[in-house]
Write a protein that binds this ligand. Structure first.
Ligand code: CUA
Length: 285
């Protein structure tokens, strides 16, 4: 039998050629049949389910006009939240139940991603750009929130809770947050901030070195610095390290601390310094 070849091969001139061409043709035409079936199902689904997917997309991306706007900042390795009347929180997002909440998000360093599985919302958080998402919580309670984009060594500590509370409780929380630390010994307020503002992620208070130096026995020490020289850990060094962490880095540590400029108020920095001071003698190194 003469083999005339096909679109892909020249005419065959050996005993093997006809069998090879037959197998080739079989695979080729079978593929065309399945390709046609798959494309038909795709086109049909796009047409058949268009009210579903398209409306869902619009609901997700059109933010209600009356939404409460909260600014979300991601940075290595914590979340901070700014509320309309000046209250702030770290890793804990407090919102009222049954009200649309708009999140206006940006990053101070690398790409993070804001994910609340219970609300089915996930949105990348980028440096130099705002991204947005919104939700309306239907039930009070505490729901997990995650960073879901690998952003460095402590990515897995970049977690928190969305606390959904009643309208009245939300108003009370806003008020107490603006009065936080009043009528409290300053070291105790510092201890509270140490946990609340996520210092705890990188600084221990039990003498163990972590991503950053331990706070235990730190105050008053002479520390060697990256790039040579020493510094005495006093109030000014601590303040500088909180606001401009890259200025004088303790020897042996990476320059990974984010600035807390704009995250901590002066009063809160004072309280943290008082807390670190109080850890001076409370234990052996
Ligand atoms: Cu931020 Cu992972």
């Amino acid at each position: 039998m003469k083999d005339n070849g096909n679109l892909f091969l020249p005419p065959g001139h050996s005993t093997i050629a006809p069998g090879t061409d037959a197998l080739f043709d079989f695979i080729y035409y079978t593929s065309i049949v399945f390709f046609a079936i798959v494309v038909f199902v795709i086109v049909y689904s796009v047409w058949r389910f268009r009210p579903w997917g398209f409306k869902g997309y619009l609901r997700l991306f059109i933010i209600p006009k009356d939404a409460l706007e909260i600014k979300v900042t991601g940075q290595r390795w914590f979340w901070s939240f700014d509320y309309p009347d000046g209250a702030t929180s770290v890793n804990d997002l407090v919102v009222p139940v049954g009200k649309p909440v708009k999140l206006l998000m940006s990053s101070k360093d690398v790409i993070h991603s804001f994910f609340v599985p219970s609300f089915r919302i996930k949105m990348d958080v980028l440096p130099n750009r705002y991204t947005m998402t919104w939700f309306e919580a239907t039930d009070t309670g505490a729901y997990d929130l995650f960073c879901t984009e690998y952003c460095g060594a402590k990515h897995s500590s970049m977690i928190g809770k969305v606390r959904v509370v009643g309208e009245r409780e939300y108003a009370q929380w806003l008020e107490s947050s603006s009065k936080a630390g009043e009528g409290m010994p300053v070291e105790d307020y510092g201890a509270k901030l140490y946990a609340q503002k996520a210092c705890i992620t990188c600084h221990s208070v039990d003498g163990k070195a972590s991503t950053g130096p331990t706070f235990l026995g730190l105050f008053g020490e002479q520390v060697k610095l990256e790039g040579g020289g020493t510094a005495t850990v006093d109030e000014n060094y601590l303040r500088e390290s909180i606001l401009s962490p890259q200025a004088r880095i303790a020897l042996g540590y990476q320059p990974v601390m984010p600035t807390f400029q704009g995250v901590l108020k002066d009063k809160q920095i004072d309280a943290l310094i008082a807390y670190i001071k109080s850890l001076k003698e409370s234990g052996s190194k």
